[in-house]
Each structure stands twice: as C-alpha cells, then as structure tokens.
Design a protein around this ligand. Structure first.
Ligand SMILES: Nc1nc2c(c(=O)[nH]1)N[C@H]1C(S)=C(S)[C@@H](COP(=O)(O)O)O[C@H]1N2
Ligand SMILES: [Mo]
Length: 427
C-alpha cells in the first residue's frame, strides 16, 4: 500500500496514538489543562480518561499549514497538500508554496526544531561505518547549495483513466527550492562503498500513523550508481533557512530526478545494501510500475512490477492563471517551468489551437543540473473567445509529453500529461 491516507479505526484511537498527544497526556496529565489553557475548566472532572481536549488536538496536521499559502489539502492524516500551478511561478519555490507529502506523522523533534544529539549513521556495505553529527557533516564535507526539483511520483495521478488509488494529485506536487547541504556521494565515499554495494536504504524518525514507533513509515533507496552521482545532497537548509518541520528538519536527502519519495525527510540513517532495498514502500506496487505496457485497469502480477526510477520530462504553465481574461490581438506572455529526470530539458513548445500547431518557447538553461528551467512564449490570441494553452516539454532523446495520460499503471505514477490552461480573449 502506498500514497494512501491512513485510516485509524476510530477518532479516539487516533487521539491515543498521536505522539504530541501522548506527550501531553504523559507529561502533564489532564489536571494541568486549566494551566495550559490559562482559564478555568468548570467541567474538567467530567473529562473521560485518555481524552485529549480539542484545543490541543493537533494530530490533523492542519495547524502545521499556518505558514502555507493557497495550497489545496488532499488529506490531513497524513497531511498532504498540493500547490495550484499559478502559485508555482517563482524560480525558487518558497516555503509558503511547497507541496507537502507526509506518509506518517511529523516527528516531535521536527515540531520542536530540536536537533540536539542528532546523528546520521552510514552503515551496511561500507568499509568504515560513520556516525556523523550535523556539525561533523558541516565540518568534514564541502557545503553546496543547489536548486533541485522534488516531484512526488504520484503527481498527475488524478488524470489517469481508470482512476488509481492514492492522493489525487493534479499538477502541484512539485517544487524547486534551493537546498544547502553536502553531497551524498562525498559522504558515501568517506565511508568507503564496498564492491558488494547495490542500493541505498534511507531512514527517518517520523512516526507511523498507527502510532507504533517500531513500524517504518517509509524507507526507500536508490541504485548505488545514482547515489554516487554528484547531484544528490544531504540538506540541512531550504532557501537559506533550517529545514522546516514539514520538510524534514533537521536533515533530509534530496535526490533529484527520481520520485521524491526517495528524498527521505528526518534523515538519520543511510544503509548501503547488497541488493535492491526492501524497506517500507519499496516493495509490492509501491512506487513500482509494470515492466511492460498493460491494458489500463488490469491487475499486474507483483513479480512483473519494477521500481520507478527516472521521472519523465514535464512542464507546467505558471502564468497566467487558468481562466485569465486577456485582450484579443494583444501579445501576452505565457510562462512556466520544465524539468526532467534525465537532466536538462531540450525544448518546450506551446499550442494555442488544441495541438494543431506548436510554437517553440524560449527555454533558459538551468542554474544547475536538475533545477527546473524557465520557459516563456509570447502569444497573440487572434480574436475574442475561448482558448487553451497547451505546453509540451521534450527531453534530450526527443521524447515529449503526451496530450493524454501516458502508460497506465496500477498506482498511478509518473503521469506527465501535457498541462493546459484556459485563456479568454475579450474584444
Ligand atoms: N521521512 C519521510 N520522508 C519522506 C516522506 C515521508 O513521509 N517521510 N515522504 C516522501 C514523499 S512520498 C515525497 S513526495 C516527499 C515530499 O517532500 P515534501 O513534503 O518536503 O514536499 O518526501 C518524501 N520523503
Ligand atoms: Mo511522493
């Protein structure tokens, strides 16, 4: 199972399992409620045991959304929210507009911004296992700052026919913040990767929705060759600030080009494996696609599913907002971003006539590999009426985005269907 909102059996069960609530219950007890709220609780004696007052009930995560602007919440336990395309216009995605994908609960250490004693272990198929504090990471390895796209493997799932289960992401489970940290490759090299190394396995300290602290929330990995490329970083900062609670404080991996599920938040361990990693959400049909094209809607035997690796070429239109009115006969700038799991995007084209003709957009080179690339096109809507702008990016191998959903797969991954917006021209 993957990408599916958790479903605690009853709200009460959820109350009892939320770590913040358990802390409240464990540390303070209900008698302290009046003190915490700063007011009398006349019927306090009636509160049933194990009950958490609504004023302190933060397990939905929605309170964590306070600093976000304009995101669409798809689920609150776990918290999942995407960004409308027109709010993704920035070259560097600010905190306020970065999508959120939680498979479990935000760990208390992140909520408290408490990195005291945090270490990153590197073990498994390495010559010298490492246990690095954040200070040691900063001291031992070169610090790099990179703009890197993270895109959920399920972005675009909503467009598959027939539908597939999981969060119904449309176009906004993607962003391109600026990350600061050290190269994953440098850390792995310091540990000395053995010849037997095949894959990485990533671990974090977020809490499973069941509340069971032994249960892994998500633990994915990448082929060792990918991990040893210089692009992936172990980050402690996003856009010049310590990582926010929602995005992995105090450390996260950012492995660009692959589904963002490999970019482990709350990172505390990297285990080098001698086989394909088999952590939570690596097996079954999680982040896996059929090894061959299948008829939409068919069941695919588990042994025929392979791990989703490189994300396909994609683009979005971020300006103007869909539905905008423009003047007929006047030139309007249409713009957006394009990115690709293979590296640089080769070209972006736009169509104003439902795909009959295409005009090449101006495409900027990325500031660094795996950053998204700005594209712009000047369009003139000839007369009043309804128009659509379709955008199509093409990768270095000449493979472009399809006008309809690409290869259907049981869990709805890697949908790079062309993005389109509506424009209305007025006389
Ligand atoms: N520890 C941890 N890391 C995680 C996840 C998670 O649930 N827990 N979700 C993954 C998935 S599926 C995605 S798409 C990205 C989302 O990153 P963001 O929430 O910072 O946008 O984080 C990845 N890393
Ligand atoms: Mo994801």
């Amino acid at each position: 199972m993957t990408e599916q909102p958790g479903n605690p059996e009853t709200p009460r069960a959820a109350d009892a399992t939320d770590p913040a609530r358990r802390r409240f219950l464990g540390r303070t007890g209900l008698t302290a409620l009046g003190t915490i709220l700063g007011m009398a609780v006349p019927f306090e004696r009636n509160l049933p045991a194990g009950f958490v007052p609504a004023a302190l009930a933060q397990d939905t995560g929605l309170d964590l959304m306070a600093g976000k602007q304009g995101l669409v919440v798809l689920g609150d336990r776990p918290l999942n929210a995407e960004t409308p395309a027109h709010l993704l216009d920035d070259d560097v995605t600010p905190y306020e507009r970065l999508f959120i994908r939680m498979n479990g609960l935000v760990p208390q250490t992140a909520l408290d911004q408490d990195a005291e004693g945090w270490t990153l272990s590197v073990d498994g198929e390495v010559e010298t296992p490492l246990e690095l504090t954040i200070d040691a990471l900063k001291a031992r390895f070169e610090t790099v700052t990179r703009r890197l796209v993270i895109e959920c493997g399920g972005n675009g799932r909503a467009f598959f026919q027939p539908g597939t289960s999981g969060n119904q992401w449309t176009v906004g489970a993607v962003g391109c913040p600026e990350w600061t940290g050290v190269r994953l490759a440098d850390v792995l090299k310091a540990a000395g990767v053995k010849d037997s190394a095949v894959y990485t396995g990533h671990y974090g300290n977020d809490v499973h929705l069941s509340g069971d602290e032994e249960q892994e929330v998500i633990s994915r990995g990448v082929p060792i060759e990918k991990a040893l490329e210089e692009d992936a970083i172990i980050a402690w900062a996003m856009n010049g600030e310590p990582l926010p609670a929602l995005h992995g404080f105090p450390l996260r991996l950012v492995v660009p080009g692959y589904p963002a599920s490999v970019s482990q938040k709350y990172l505390n361990r990297i285990r080098v494996r001698d086989r394909e990693h088999d952590g939570a959400k690596m097996t079954g049909d999680s982040y896996r696609i059929p090894a061959y094209p299948v008829v939409p809607g068919t069941e695919v035997p588990e042994e025929d599913m392979v791990v989703l690796t490189e994300m396909p070429v994609k683009s979005i239109v971020t300006f103007p907002e869909t539905g905008t009115e423009v003047k007929a006969g006047e030139t309007v700038e249409v713009r957006g971003h394009a990115w690709c799991g293979k590296g640089d995007v080769a070209s972006v084209h736009v169509s104003l006539d439902f795909g009959q003709t295409w005009q090449e957009a101006a495409l900027e080179p990325p500031p660094n590999r795996f950053a998204w690339q700005r594209w712009r096109a000047q369009l003139t809507l000839p007369q009043h009426g309804y128009y659509e702008v379709w955008a199509r990016a093409t990768d270095q191998d000449g493979i472009g985005q399809p006008p309809l959903s690409p290869a259907w797969n049981p869990r709805g991954y890697a949908n790079n269907i062309q993005h389109r917006i509506a424009l209305v021209a007025v006389a």
